[in-house]
Design a protein around this ligand. Structure first.
Ligand code: ZN
Length: 82
């Protein structure tokens, strides 16, 4: 299973994946704020603001890579300290 960096929505626990060949269309970099913004997936109205340093690596299902997001319960975080 692939490993991707992502950020979790506090509101609905959706994991948004950052890395990969194509850019996720719902994530963009705001040059003025110097941070990323991710619009969560409807019906969740949340917008996530984050820095690159806040991203965490996860082992994610293959289909999540295609979609660009996944339920965080379907993903396994990789501890940085190991
Ligand atoms: Zn959400």
């Amino acid at each position: 299973m692939p490993v991707r960096y992502g950020i979790v929505c506090d509101r609905c626990r959706m994991l948004h994946l950052i890395s990969g060949g194509r850019k996720a269309h719902h994530i963009r970099y705001d040059r003025k704020r110097r941070e990323f913004t991710a619009n969560c997936i409807p019906p969740c109205p949340n917008t996530i603001y984050f820095q690159r340093t806040m991203l965490m690596p996860y082992v994610v299902p293959d289909e999540a890579v295609q979609r660009g997001y996944a339920d965080v319960d379907d993903c396994r975080p990789i501890a940085r300290s190991e």
